[in-house]
Ligand binder design. Sequence first.
Ligand SMILES: NC(=O)c1ccc[n+]([C@@H]2O[C@H](COP(=O)([O-])OP(=O)(O)OC[C@H]3O[C@@H](n4cnc5c(N)ncnc54)[C@H](OP(=O)(O)O)[C@@H]3O)[C@@H](O)[C@H]2O)c1
Length: 254
Amino acid sequence: MKVLLVGATGNLGLRLVTALLTRGHTVVAYVRSSSKLESLLPANVYSAVTVVEGDATDTALISRAILKNDCDAVVNTAGVAAMAPWKRSNLPEIFSAVLEGVKQAGLERGEPLRVWFLGGLGVLHFPGTQTMLSNYVPIFLEHRQNIERLRALPPGSVNWSLLCPSTMIPENLGISMPVTSTHGKLTANATTPPLWMDSWLKYIPFLGRTILAAMNAPRYDTTLEQNAEFIASDLEDQDSRWSGVTVGVIDAAK
Ligand SMILES: NC(=O)c1ccc[n+]([C@@H]2O[C@H](COP(=O)([O-])OP(=O)(O)OC[C@H]3O[C@@H](n4cnc5c(N)ncnc54)[C@H](OP(=O)(O)O)[C@@H]3O)[C@@H](O)[C@H]2O)c1
């Protein structure tokens, strides 16, 4: 696929550049600074991508970048959710601008675009309930309003998926191609975290689910490279099983 990668200079974005290229996709990197991207990528990788400079809050420019470069998919890794509930980041503004740009481009070309967004573990449901994990451990709450935006879309206007990892750590500090990873493929599940560790602790009044959610959280740490590979390989499928859902991931081999 031809993929517009918004936020290519970030931790996940850089790994996505090489993961997408390794999987045979064409990459159009949408960044604020092409010189920053050039300084972060090996020369052979940088020369393999098309670069568009722009701000991720610029809906019109994003839509134009998609149409002008004939992209059929978008991955947005730009903007980072604030951890504390009382803090604010530019993620909600970026999320709605990219979503609107993707929607408009889809309308103009007469076919919805495939798009991966990033959320966090907290927007997945506590297994067996309809309640988000972030109701019990209230951090990174900005992802919640992003889900509302996805759910409010007119049906069939955007073919979205929301990857909801816990902490992602780098396997390799440098970026290289082809990608080398010592970790296996991620195990994924829609709506709730895969391979949840259940316990009687959840029945403790008031605090039980919070304790169990906090105990489970570290089990969902994955690597940036694994998540980049997960998205890159999903984009090989025309009919993704992750369309229209939140997706939890775990490194089951850990
Ligand atoms: N890292 C984790 O452990 C983790 C876990 C769960 C979810 N997530 C989510 O995953 C996503 C990616 O995380 P990350 O660690 O890769 O973040 P990161 O390294 O901080 O990268 C953020 C990217 O956003 C770009 N950006 C920020 N504001 C922008 C704007 N106005 N216009 C264009 N680009 C802009 C930055 O570009 P510049 O280089 O120009 O500043 C950078 O490329 C985030 O949404 C985060 O909330 C991360």
